[in-house]
Design a protein around this ligand. Structure first.
Ligand code: SDX
Length: 392
């Protein structure tokens, strides 16, 4: 064990750390958070309850949940100086660029008061990050559309507060739609944590040096932005719009199979799942519920359903075990709720923050934890002597 990564010269080990938060069986399409199946949590639980579970290891009783939710609500506001920070961005800045900047800037406000060796201060920092992400994301959206920021309203639920800060305006009252609130809360549950994915590994590696949690989460946000990772939800909806109608699906499936074409079906395939991503199952069901409740339809959903059906009958996708992942349907719902595609990954980051901080806490609280130091298989030149420039 060299610190948090296991390096064995005999083979490239894939185990990067020990963790008790999330279990994935990629072949069976199983995802458990502290032992509870994601399907049950998505149906029965709330994002605040799942956040408590990830942070503390057990589902809360009502008193514990009320206390946790109240504590989180007390950290939803952002320092007024940070509201000014937004004004340094171009209006058309991608919300993920703003999220990286503003979350990193939280270090300037809390770094000195966050002694990461103190479990209480680690939990306060975790609560601050979970609580402020909706405010930061909503402000990024407001800034992009030139509307005034709305302060949090803590008598609303965590998710209801975010919806109001995003879509409410000072000029009129905002009614949270309970169907939308429930669907978005479920989407947050589906994105809360996912074992040692790229962005979580980034947060762990950054945290292993002792960096403050705000800087570590900013690093995680940067990694999540990539189209191969959290940026896939934005790319998947853009792809569905580009396909436009079912008749064009075969053309895109052919492109995805063409090794000379860099195009991939966004929202399909996974590093771990070689079966259906259980989150995609819940996501597809949620699309139907939201569309029925909002009485909306969107041809893009029909394209998504037919694309999935055709791909899963195609030998290439069957042999390579490529199934829809969590990002395939999420954009269809988020778009129906009213979010622009540029906000999709910001919502992923909002939800994944609890997983990132829970994994960070788990690592930092391990007294044996050392700085991560991945090694390499060297492929450069063997040792050689310097050649003066006059001889080159
Ligand atoms: C997330 O790790 C996590 O847990 C991530 C995540 C989380 O919650 O944190 O689940 C969230 O990031 C989900 C993934 C979102 N990304 C996308 O949907 C982008 C599209 N998918 C891919 O680019 C791809 O599937 C990856 C990046 C997700 C995985 O890529 P890999 O590691 O190359 O996948 P693989 O090894 O299983 O690929 C096997 C083969 C390869 O072809 P060959 O080299 O064997 O010829 O399948 C091909 C790949 O080229 N392939 C695809 C494909 N995905 C893989 N071909 C066409 N379309 C695709 N989407």
């Amino acid at each position: 064990q060299t610190g948090m990564f296991t390096y064995d010269p005999g083979f490239t080990s894939t185990a990067s750390c020990e963790s008790g938060l999330t279990f994935i069986d990629g072949d069976e399409g199983v995802l458990l958070h502290r032992g509870y199946p994601i399907g049950q949590l998505a149906e029965e639980s709330s994002f605040m309850e799942v956040s408590y579970l990830l942070l503390n290891g057990e589902l809360p009783n009502q008193g514990e949940l009320n206390k946790f939710t109240h504590t989180i609500s007390r950290h939803t506001m952002l320092h007024e100086q940070l509201a000014t920070f937004y004004r340094g961005f171009r209006r058309d800045a991608h919300p993920m660029a703003i999220m990286c900047g503003v979350v990193g800037a939280l270090s300037a406000f809390y770094h000195d008061s966050t002694d990461i060796t103190d479990p209480t201060q680690r939990m306060i920092a975790s609560h601050r990050l979970i609580a402020k992400m909706p405010t930061i994301a909503a402000m990024a959206y407001k800034y992009s559309v030139g509307q005034p920021f709305l302060y949090p309203q803590n008598d609303l639920s965590y998710t209801g507060n975010f919806l109001r800060m995003t879509f409410g305006v000072p000029a009129e009252p905002y009614e949270v739609n309970p169907v939308v609130e429930k669907a978005l809360d479920r989407i947050f549950i589906l994105h809360a944590d996912h074992e040692q994915n790229a962005s979580t590994s980034t947060v762990r590696l950054a945290g292993s040096s002792g960096a403050n949690p705000f800087a570590c989460i900013a690093a995680g946000i940067a990694c999540l932005w990539g189209p191969a990772h959290g940026g896939a939800n934005e790319a998947a909806l853009n792809m569905l719009h580009e396909i436009g109608r079912p008749e064009r699906i075969p053309e895109f499936i052919a492109r995805a199979k063409d090794k000379n074409d860099p195009f991939r079906l966004m929202g399909f395939g996974h590093r771990v799942y070689k079966n259906y991503d259980p989150r995609a199952t819940v996501m597809q069901k949620t699309v139907r519920e939201v569309f029925a409740a909002l009485n909306v339809s969107n041809p893009v959903f029909e394209v998504a359903l037919q694309l999935e059906e055709m791909a899963l009958k195609d030998d290439y996708f069957v042999e390579k075990k490529l199934f829809p992942n969590v990002d395939f349907y999420s954009g269809v719902i988020l778009s129906a709720i009213g979010f622009p595609t540029t906000m999709f990954t910001a919502l992923f980051a909002l939800a994944r923050t609890v997983g990132w901080v829970a994994q960070w806490n788990e690592m930092i609280s391990d007294p044996e934890q050392k700085i991560g130091r991945p090694r390499q298989l060297y492929t450069g030149p063997t040792e050689r002597d310097y050649v003066p420039i006059t001889s080159r």
